[in-house]
Design a protein around this ligand. Structure first.
Ligand code: SAM
Length: 240
C-alpha cells in the first residue's frame, strides 16, 4: 500500500500529493527552512556543486515546487532551467519568486508530471530533484523518464531524506520527525496531514543502496550515494 497524505480519501497518491502541496504552498518555504534550521539550503548547494565540472547548459529540475533547487542551479551558469511540478500552488509561488529575483528568463516553471515528461529523448544535460522522488506515485517510472530525457553522459542528482541508522542520531531523528515536526508543521501549515505524511513517507522510502539499485535498474551507471548530516538526508548521483 502506498503511503498517502490523506488516508481517509480514495484518490490516488499523485492527486493527494498535489492537493497537499497546494494546501501548504504559501507556507512551504518558511516551514522548510524553519524545520530544518536552514540545513536544507546547504544540502542543495552541496548537491549542485557536484555538477560544477560538467557545466550543464540545459537543466531539468523535477518536482521543482517553489523552485529553490532550480535557483541554486543558477550557480552552474546554465542557458536554461526547466522546473516541472504537479502542484499549481507551488508553481505559482515559484513563479512569483523567479520574477522577484529577475531570473524568470532563465528558469521556466511548468506544470508537468515526472512520470510523463513532455520532452523529447536526450534534451537535458542534467536532471535534478530535491525532496521529490519520495512523493512519486511510481518511483521507477519517474526515474526512468528522467533518464530518457537526459543526453547520454548527462547526470541525475537527487536529494532525499534518509534514515540515520546509528545511536544516538537514529533516536534523536525519530523523536524530532515523529513527535515534534508533525505538531509544528500542523500548526503553521494548517494542513492536518502534511507533516505526518513526511515521516511516514521517509520511513517507506527505499534509501541508500536500495535507491542506488533502482537507479541502476532504470538505466543509470556510476551511481553513488553521499550521506548528509549523520544520514538525515542523502545525495544520489548517476549518469546516463
Ligand atoms: C517537498 S517538495 C520539494 C520542492 C523543491 N524541489 C525543494 O527542494 O524545495 C516536493 C514536490 O514534489 C512535487 N511532486 C510530487 N510528485 C510529483 C510528480 N509526479 N511530478 C512532478 N512533481 C511532483 C510536489 O508537488 C512538490 O511540489
Amino acid at each position: 500500500m502506498a503511503v498517502v497524505p490523506y488516508k481517509e480519501k480514495e484518490t490516488g497518491k499523485k492527486e493527494q500529493v498535489a492537493e497537499m502541496f497546494n494546501n501548504i504552498s504559501k507556507r512551504y518555504d518558511f516551514l522548510n527552512h524553519f524545520l530544518s534550521l536552514g540545513i536544507d539550503i546547504l544540502w542543495r548547494k552541496k548537491a549542485i556543486r557536484l555538477l560544477k565540472k560538467d557545466q550543464p547548459k540545459q537543466i531539468l529540475d523535477v518536482a521543482t515546487g517553489t523552485g529553490d533547487f532550480a535557483i541554486e542551479a543558477l550557480a552552474l551558469n546554465p542557458d536554461r532551467i526547466v522546473g516541472v511540478d504537479i502542484s499549481s500552488g507551488m508553481l505559482e509561488m515559484g513563479r512569483q519568486k523567479m520574477k522577484k529575483k529577475g531570473v524568470d528568463h532563465i528558469i521556466d516553471m511548468q506544470m508537468g508530471d515526472s512520470e510523463k515528461l513532455l520532452f523529447d529523448d536526450n534534451t537535458f544535460d542534467a536532471a535534478i530533484v530535491a525532496f521529490g522522488v519520495r512523493n512519486f506515485e511510481n518511483l521507477k517510472k519517474g526515474l526512468s523518464d528522467m533518464c530518457r530525457v537526459l543526453n547520454t553522459g548527462g547526470k541525475i542528482v537527487v536529494i532525499e531524506f534518509s534514515r540515520p541508522r546509528r545511536f544516538p542520531m537514529k533516536q534523536l531523528y525519530n523523536f524530532y520527525f515523529k513527535s515534534i515536526l508533525p505538531i509544528i508543521g500542523k500548526v503553521i501549515s494548517k494542513d492536518q496531514s502534511a507533516y505526518t505524511y513526511l515521516p511516514e513517507s521517509v520511513e517507506a522510502f527505499p534509501d541508500g543502496q536500495d535507491f542506488l539499485d533502482i537507479l541502476t535498474e532504470v538505466g543509470f551507471k556510476n551511481v553513488e550515494c553521499i550521506p548528509l548530516t549523520f544520514g538525515i538526508s542523502s545525495i544520489y548521483i548517476g549518469q546516463k
